[in-house]
Design a binder for this molecule. Structure first.
Ligand code: NI
Length: 191
């Protein structure tokens, strides 16, 4: 066998996901994003500041991941939970990102809750795919992606992406997304 690359050889293993609580047993990495990291992302910045002050900078979303080599050939997977709520009329969302290696895709399988995967390209195309338990969203290469929780409970997804993809948050900080998902007269509206 001719090996051209330097991808690490590691031992196979298995994981256990508790489908009732949508949690990963024994995650190696737990990343927590609090509401304050979302400054500049929501339309109503004052509403976000009120939320941060009233609830002592609450947890906004968090991810649980194993620790795997971040190199070509491996896959990174994990669970992401986005907590429910609104900033003004806008539903809680993740920052969203492009992949640094922009020609890499990602799969999201919704395990609980409801919401949307909001996606956009650099030339202004925008799509929203509904996420409910059992629904799988394929994010193709080149599409920036952000989760939005439109339900009353946590939105948990299992994600899988190429381990060398990397995350580019900077371009989203500058560009934003063309659409927002809001509550308008009791209805979820993508506008
Ligand atoms: Ni991604």
């Amino acid at each position: 066998m001719h090996i051209k690359r330097t991808t690490q050889l590691i031992e196979p293993y298995s994981e256990w996901i508790d489908l009732e609580t949508a949690t990963l047993k024994n995650p190696r990495t737990h990343n927590v994003r609090r509401a304050s990291v979302m400054r500049g992302y929501y339309k109503d910045e004052q509403a976000l500041n009120r939320l941060i002050e009233a609830h002592d900078d609450p947890v906004h979303y968090e991810t649980f991941e194993p620790q795997l080599p971040q190199e070509y050939g491996h896959l990174i997977y994990g669970l992401s939970t986005l907590w429910p709520g609104r900033v003004g009329d806008e539903f809680f969302m993740t920052k969203g990102h492009y992949h640094t290696v922009v020609e890499t895709g990602e799969i999201y399988l919704c395990l609980r809750g409801e919401g949307y995967m909001l996606m956009k390209t650099q030339d202004g195309q925008c799509r929203a795919e509904k996420m409910t338990r059992g629904g799988l969203v394929y994010v193709p290469p080149y599409w920036a992606h952000r989760s939005v929780n439109t339900g009353d409970g946590p939105l948990t997804t299992l994600f899988v992406y190429p381990a060398d993809a990397g995350h580019n948050y900077g371009d989203i900080t500058e560009e934003g997304f063309p659409k927002r998902i809001v509550l308008r007269n009791g209805e979820v509206v993508i506008e």
